[in-house]
Each structure stands twice: as C-alpha cells, then as structure tokens.
Design a protein around this ligand. Structure first.
Ligand SMILES: Nc1ncnc2c1ncn2[C@@H]1O[C@H](COP(=O)(O)OP(=O)(O)OP(=O)(O)O)[C@@H](O)[C@H]1O
Ligand SMILES: [Mg+2]
Length: 225
C-alpha cells in the first residue's frame, strides 16, 4: 500500500529550480534511501513530502489524501502527529535537557509533563542513553545528541520518519550505531522511513534506493552483475 507519493513536483527557490518534475511512490513500512549529488534537490523533495514546503506544481498524496493543498495549520498538525524528523545537526533545543527535548513533542500534543518524561526515559534506555537525561545538548557528544534527536523523532510513534543526512556529522562507527538503532526501531514498529543520504554505506540500510538528479527522481544506475 502506498503511504506517500510525490507526483511531478516542481519547486523553485526564487529563480533557482530545485525540483523539476520529481515523482516518487513510497510503500507503508518501506525504508527508502534518497541519494544524489549535492544540490540535486534531495532535501527539497523531503521537505515537500513532509509538508514543510509546498510545491509550485504537482501533488503530494499522503494516505490517499492531498497533503500539499492543506492549510499550514493542518500540515503542521500532521507533521506533529504523524511524522518524525531527524536532521544533520542543530535540532535539539539548547535550553532544555535531553529528557525534556525528547518529551517535548508529546507535551506539544497535550501529554502531561510527568507522563511525557516517563515515555522519554523509556527511549533513553532503548537507545543507550541511560544517565544522560539531565544533560543539555551542548554537553553531549555528536553521536549522543543524534540519538537524543532520534528518540525525540520516535517518541510519538510516527507513521513516517524523515531523516535528512542523519549521520552527516558523525564518524562512521557512530553513524552505524545511529543507523542500526534507527532502522531497527523502524522495522520493529513498521515505520516508513525516507532517508536522504549521500553515503552508500548508509543507503545500504534501506529496502530501496532512488537517485535525485537535477530535480528529478531516477532509479539508481546498477553495475551489471
Ligand atoms: N533556501 C534556499 N534558497 C535558495 N536556494 C536554495 C535554498 N535551498 C536550496 N536551494 C537550491 O535548491 C537546489 C536544491 O537544493 P537541495 O537543498 O534540495 O539539494 P540537496 O540535494 O539536498 O543537496 P545537499 O546534498 O547538498 O544537501 C540547489 O540548487 C540549492 O542551491
Ligand atoms: Mg540536502
């Protein structure tokens, strides 16, 4: 079953075209790696699929319904309730502790603070972050901060997880740990994952790879085997 679909998306930043007819169908529970050169439109495509950006032309369909034509308020609610996000860096709120950062999406959704912090604590154990809940983001290593960000993305049990270069600021071993946790948790929960990366080793975790070139989605070139 298709959970998310981009149909002929076009998007320009001023006079710079970023998407020029990008189409992609993603099945529920599928982990898709989006690869391609820098500047090809990967992040723009992810932002359109997630309802952060609205395409200038084309359609985004989520769960059988147009997403791009919803109001900003409806898209924002959808992002909060059904989607999770992990980016390359700079995503934790520095004034909050790690535990508060993870609890935040639940509290925004109306869960009481104590219950939200209890749920957050469960994720700290699962992601190997025991004892780090009271730290602020500046007191965490890059890999720890990225696992906190992952916990924050997963705490609401999102239907779709959007990850844009989630290992981009990590060394390869730490990156592998983060990917193991992300993909392991997603497979367990049946979460759909849209994973933007330019690292083949990271893309190898996905069920399928697509390549974005010049604002369009193409199948990856495979070496004859
Ligand atoms: N905020 C912006 N303002 C103007 N142009 C932008 C902006 N963001 C992206 N672009 C341009 O849109 C095009 C697509 O950018 P996008 O960020 O989607 O690429 P990308 O494939 O994610 O690249 P990278 O691998 O470097 O992250 C590029 O030409 C880029 O310069
Ligand atoms: Mg990008």
């Amino acid at each position: 079953m298709t959970i998310l679909e981009a149909r002929d998306l076009e998007f320009s930043f001023g006079s710079t075209p970023a998407l020029r007819g990008a189409s992609l169908e993603i099945d529920a529970g599928e982990i898709v790696a989006v690869m391609g050169p820098s500047g090809s439109g990967k992040s723009t495509l992810l932002h359109c699929l997630a309802g952060i950006l609205v395409p200038g032309a084309g359609e985004v369909v989520h769960d059988g319904r147009r997403l791009d034509s919803l109001s900003e308020a409806r898209r924002s609610a959808l992002r909060r309730e059904q989607f999770g996000f992990v980016f390359q860096f700079g995503q934790l709120v520095p004034e909050l502790t790690a535990a508060e950062n993870v609890a935040l999406p639940l509290m925004l959704g109306g869960v009481r603070r104590a219950a939200a912090l209890r749920s957050a604590a469960g994720w700290f154990d699962r992601l190997g972050l025991e004892g780090l809940g009271e730290r602020r983001s500046g007191e965490l290593s890059g890999g720890q901060a990225q696992r906190v960000a992952l916990a924050r993305a997963l705490v609401t049990s999102p239907q779709v997880l959007f990850a844009d270069e989630p290992t981009g600021s990590l060394d390869s071993l730490t990156g592998e740990q983060v990917m193991d946790l992300m993909v392991g948790t997603a497979r367990e929960a049946g979460t759909t994952v849209v994973l933007v990366t330019h690292e083949p080793r990271v893309a190898a975790y996905a069920d399928r790879e697509v390549v974005v070139r010049d604002g369009r989605v193409t199948a990856p070139a495979r070496l004859a085997s």
